[in-house]
Design a protein around this ligand. Structure first.
Ligand code: S3P
Length: 176
């Protein structure tokens, strides 16, 4: 397919597979790959976990907004966002105006299976991670749904999910 004029930006819950899918999509499309959490860690000089612990979530969210502002104004690339990125109005507006948003979806059980052993997601520190995931999804789903492309990342292989995104972008006429 032709190179898109806009960045393709993956949004969705923790455990949806945004980073893995974005990396594979970038390789397949010969475009740069960026993960907003990795860029936040680079700028802050510490891990997301340390950032939450030392500085608190509001400082993380401010950095997240700034990083996405910069990435979305840069040349086209494939971007994986953190699960809460869509909660900021400015980020949503930039996504709508400058990017091709893709909501990567999976059911709560699948999300939970993928994140349950991970100690690096501060929002899932509580005992009942599954309940937290369900509550977050409930608060966020209308914002995720504003992305024009919705793709399931449940049982399919990485290649199948990547091809499904490419096909959907082609149909959206953003690749011309
Ligand atoms: C968060 C998701 C994380 C990370 C941070 C907060 C969220 O990214 O940005 O821990 O609010 O859902 P992933 O979605 O890549 O896990």
């Amino acid at each position: 397919m032709n190179k898109p004029k806009r960045s393709i930006v993956l949004v969705g819950m923790m455990g949806a597979g945004k980073s893995a899918v974005a990396r594979a999509l970038a390789q397949r499309m010969h475009l740069p790959f960026m993960d907003s959490d990795t860029e936040i860690e680079r700028r802050a000089g510490k891990t997301i976990r340390a950032l939450f612990e030392d500085d608190g979530e509001p400082v993380f969210r401010q950095l997240e907004k700034e990083v996405l502002r910069d990435l979305l104004h840069a040349k086209p690339m494939i971007i994986a966002t953190g699960g809460g990125a869509v909660m900021q109005a400015e980020t949503r507006r930039l996504l709508k105006d400058l990017a091709i948003g893709v909501w990567l979806k999976a059911d709560i059980q699948t999300l939970y299976e993928r994140v349950k052993k991970d100690k690096n997601r501060p929002l899932l520190k509580e005992k009942n991670a599954k309940k937290v995931l369900a509550e977050l999804l409930d608060k966020r789903k209308d914002f995720y749904a504003q992305s024009p492309i919705h793709i399931e990342n449940g049982q399919g292989t990485l290649e199948e999910v990547v091809e499904a995104i490419i096909e959907a972008v082609r149909k959206s006429h953003h690749d011309a």
